[in-house]
Design a protein around this ligand. Structure first.
Ligand code: NAP
Length: 412
């Protein structure tokens, strides 16, 4: 029998209105608690978010979290890891928060995270990466990092179009390439396909540029390996420039135009569109950090570059992200379910709290979002931290996951 989930008694759905969200004062937010440390960090985060909304708006606005089934708890209760009812709840209510989900190792099991992204067509993986003063970092000037990364999440070599060495499909393809295109591929090769479309690229870059304009950012950098892979990565760059020119011509200017017509200083209010080759970008992340602002990347390079950037400002425990489609958005920490710490009330909930902060920003509740950020900043500045940061900081006061949330709430 199909799983049925009872929505909460109070609250209303977020809706869409034209190209905007229509957010009621009491939105229902589906919540996937997640596996392993998921319940600890989502418990901490939801308490902080509720307190921040209360502080910002008194009783005028409120969040109605709705625990929906996914992962091991769902398997135990309903015999399904990801019931259709959960996917429907997220699609209908548009904005959701999630904890990490375990992907069991072993054949034939598709990651629930990937399933959620594909089923809901959440094509943009968005990660704001900035420094929280006091967080241990390997850099001399971690505060120079303030980027938001938009990574395409449905195409590229991660699309899952691949065949193992020796399989009938791989053999057929190798023969086809030889017979039809005179292209030689070694017989003992596994084969993967790298599709990158104009549609997929443009909707991702469009989101990045719109975000840059709405958030008053200075530039959007298209990152690619177009020097080597001309018709995929190179096309990503070209399509990116096309979106900027055709759809945001009044708000954007290319780096080349700035150099040629404005002596290197962009006119006020314009977002500069530039591009960098991915290997160069990896160096510039470190050497010229402050020159980059919003990045738009294809899937594979986006994966590497977003983690490299996050490492510069303190890594996993403080890295938040979102998977966003045309409207539907699922906010989550970047880290996994760290099963060895499950139920110990030990780990750092900052990434989950900041995922919630992104959610508040996404629904336009900027004041509450600002309170959350302030609470986290003040708590870490006071050196009240969980074990992961405490072991790298001098004079830190180590607290449990829930105590960290209490400390943030006191400092909102
Ligand atoms: P992980 O769960 O992120 O944990 C790796 C290590 O990172 C932990 O052992 C811990 O390091 C540290 N860590 C992670 N989260 C932390 C937090 N909140 N506070 C402090 N330290 C934290 O990675 P994994 O062990 O590779 O993956 C475990 C499971 O999670 C896998 O099934 C994987 O597929 C899944 N996963 C899910 C998602 C998702 O839901 N989006 C993302 C990634 C992975 P120390 O041991 O040094 O303390």
């Amino acid at each position: 029998m199909a799983v049925k989930l009872e929505p909460p008694a109070g609250g209303h759905s977020i809706r869409t209105q034209g190209d905007r969200l229509a957010v009621p004062d009491d939105p229902i937010i589906p919540l996937i608690h997640g596996d392993g440390i998921g319940p600890d960090v989502t418990g901490a985060a939801t308490r902080v978010l509720v307190a921040a909304v209360q502080k910002a708006y008194g009783g005028r606005r409120s969040l109605h979290f709705w625990g929906v089934a996914a992962g091991e708890a769902s398997q135990a209760k309903y015999g399904e890891l990801l019931p259709q009812a959960t996917i429907d709840a997220i699609r209908e209510h548009i904005v959701a928060l999630k904890g990490p989900l375990t992907t069991p190792v072993g054949g034939g099991f598709r990651s629930l995270n990937v399933t959620l992204r594909q089923t809901l067509d959440l094509y943009a993986n968005v990660r704001p990466i900035y420094y929280i003063p006091g967080v241990p970092s390997p850099m001399k000037h971690p505060e120079k990092m303030d980027m938001t990364i938009f990574r395409e999440a449905t195409e590229d070599v991660y699309a899952g179009i691949e065949w193992p060495q020796g399989s009938e499909s791989a053999k057929k393809l190798i023969k086809f390439l030889r017979d039809e295109f005179n292209v030689r591929v070694r017989e003992d090769s596994g084969i993967g396909v790298k599709p990158m479309s104009e549609f997929g690229t443009k909707r991702l870059v469009r989101k990045a540029i719109r975000y840059a304009i709405e958030h008053g950012r200075r530039s959007v950098t298209l990152v690619h390996k177009g020097n080597i892979m001309k018709y995929t990565e190179g096309a990503f760059r070209d399509w990116g420039y096309e979106v900027a020119r055709d759809e945001f011509g009044d708000h954007t200017i290319t780096e080349q135009e700035v150099a040629e017509n404005y002596m290197g200083t962009p006119p006020k209010g314009k977002v500069v569109i530039k591009d960098r080759i991915a290997d160069n970008m990896l160096q510039q992340l470190v050497t010229r950090t402050e020159e980059y602002d919003v990045l738009a990347l294809p899937n594979l390079n986006g994966d590497y570059i977003s983690d490299a950037a996050a490492a510069q400002v303190g890594g996993l425990g403080v890295a938040q992200g979102a998977n966003i489609g045309d409207f539907v958005a699922l906010f989550e920490p970047v880290h996994g379910s760290a099963p060895k710490y499950a139920g110990q009330d030990k780990v750092n909930p900052t990434a989950e709290i900041l995922a919630g902060q992104m959610l508040l920003d996404y629904i336009g509740w900027k004041e509450a979002a600002a309170h959350v950020l302030q609470g986290v900043n003040r708590t870490i500045a006071a050196k009240i931290v969980t074990y992961d940061l405490a072991r790298q900081m001098e004079g830190a006061k180590e607290v449990r996951c829930s105590q960290f949330a209490d400390a943030v709430i006191e400092r909102l």
